[in-house]
Ligand binder design. Structure first.
Ligand code: 4AD
Ligand code: MG
Length: 449
């Protein structure tokens, strides 16, 4: 008996062959002489029907148990494969009703209920499907970028810069009093002892990515990012995954917008193509805007739209300020639910590294991409590549002389963007709360599990 995943058993070649399958019991139906058991193992959203003769049914074959089955694969009358068992072992029993297992057979729970049991959440059908789609989306993003000639770069998680300058960094220092005592130098603060500088968890890998782009031209980094925001919203996490792309030799924000639009559309198309059955099983709908050209508004345009509709907003817009979530969603709705780029933002509300617009120095060549239900999905900009201008704007803290140095040797213009991966999944899969896109979400007061 060759050990097969449930996905393997769904292929035509598997029929008529002996197989050994391992998984978790999702449903049981007791008949006169047999028990029908549906099992899953994560390899597909499909369950395998196992036919167990009553004679060989172990006592603790119950919903939730992990089992190992040997038998032969047949084509069932419904056209699906079924495993006719000759041997069944319960590996780990599960006493749903006595032991407090939080899920019962054939019940559908809402995401808030399931979220209370993060460690058992992957056992639910909906969340295991989410995890498969999250894996697929990761691969489709890297495939797309490789096809476009980008190289993956691992930027550090430990860093001395607060790239976005928003003060939302998590501080990192050793716990050991012993280490602190032995490494302490004269006059040093405790936060600087280990690295000789204050260290943070990265809020963005952009600055390091810019260094690499000035040698490898087209690069990206895709990994966890940390922000100590005091937000419990359905769109914020303390630890989220961000895809950051940086491109050398581009000079116009339009080139950046093209790259973003292509990425978003093509990755979604690939997910739809390869993830059809999983998408179907969670009733995800294809975005209505896939074949539409994204809208592009300047900040001024966006301001005017919002200002002209002030009576329809709870919070009116003030010129020069960032957009609220309500403003973002209004702009998308106002454009028939097609994603909207907002470009050319007031300089004072954006980070130091953004390049000024050529025709208006009060603005920077930055873009935000706003999408239905989520709002801001992507943030990016052209980078200030002029040494003198950058020097004036460089934050005094954070040891960024190396970043300035990049503009000294073989300098080129670059631009790039960051896409919030968890928000991307919300958008593609129609998931209302970002905490339901990540296996173990972190948000204020929630890092226990
Ligand atoms: O707009 P942000 O802050 O841009 C940057 O960090 C740039 N350095 C990126 C770059 O140009 N390389 O963040 C980018 C995206 C946002 O548009 C949003 O989708 C997501 O990251 N994001 C969050 N997602 C979940 N939880 C949070 N707390 C997030 N903060 C930002
Ligand atoms: Mg942003």
């Amino acid at each position: 008996h060759k050990c097969s995943s449930i996905l393997d058993t769904t292929s035509k070649e598997a029929i008529g062959k002996p197989a050994k399958v391992q998984g978790w019991v999702r449903a049981l139906r007791k008949m006169k002489d047999t028990v029908f058991v549906d099992i899953s193992d994560g390899s597909t959203c499909e369950m395998l029907q196992v036919v167990v003769p009553k004679m060989i049914k172990p006592d603790d074959l119950r919903y939730g148990s992990s089992i190992s089955v040997k038998g032969e694969l047949f084509l069932a009358p419904n056209g699906k494969t079924e495993l006719r068992a000759t041997e069944v072992h319960v590996i780990g029993a599960c006493n749903v009703f006595e032991d407090g297992y939080p899920f019962a057979p054939r019940k559908i729970y809402d995401p808030e209920y399931i979220r209370q049991y993060l460690h058992l959440r992957p056992r639910t059908r909906s969340f295991s499907t989410l995890l498969r789609l999250r894996d697929l989306a990761t691969t489709m993003i890297t495939d797309h970028l490789r096809d476009r000639g980008f190289l993956s770069v691992h930027t550090p998680m430990l860093t001395s810069n607060d790239c976005e300058g928003a003060g939302e960094v998590f501080l990192v220092k050793p716990q050991s009093k012993e280490i602190l005592k032995n490494m302490k130098k004269e006059g040093q603060s405790e936060d600087e002892i280990y690295f000789d500088t204050t260290a943070f968890l990265a809020v963005s890998g952009q600055l390091h990515l810019e260094a690499v782009a000035r040698a490898l031209t087209k690069v990206y980094t895709f990994g966890p990012t940390f922000r100590a925001e005091n937000s419990k919203s359905r769109l914020h996490l303390s630890e989220f995954y961000m895809l950051e792309v940086e491109i050398a030799f581009i000079t116009r924000i339009e080139e950046l917008m093209e790259e973003v639009e292509l990425l978003v559309k093509q990755v979604i198309e690939r997910i739809i193509e390869k993830g059809a059955s999983d998408l179907h099983s969670i009733n995800a709908l294809e975005p209505q805007w896939l074949n539409k050209t994204f809208v592009c508004l300047t900040y001024e345009d966006a301001f005017n739209v919002l200002n002209n509709h002030a009576n329809r907003l709870q919070q009116p817009i003030k010129y020069g300020e960032a957009l609220s979530k309500e403003h973002e969603l209004f702009l998308v709705e106002h454009n028939d639910g097609v994603p909207v780029f907002v470009i050319n933002w007031p300089k004072v509300i954006k980070p130091f590294y953004m390049k000024e617009c050529i025709d208006d120095v009060s603005k920077v060549a930055a873009l935000d991409l706003l999408v239905p239900d989520v709002g801001e999905l992507v943030g990016g900009s052209m980078r200030e590549d002029n040494y003198e201008k950058l020097e004036l704007k460089l934050p005094s803290t954070g040891n960024l002389s190396w970043y300035l140095d990049l503009r000294k040797y073989g300098n080129v213009p670059t631009g790039g963007f960051g896409l919030g991966f968890d928000r991307f999944l919300q958008c593609v899969l129609g998931i209302s709360n970002i905490k339901d896109t990540v296996p173990f979400p972190r948000w204020p007061h929630n890092c226990n599990l």
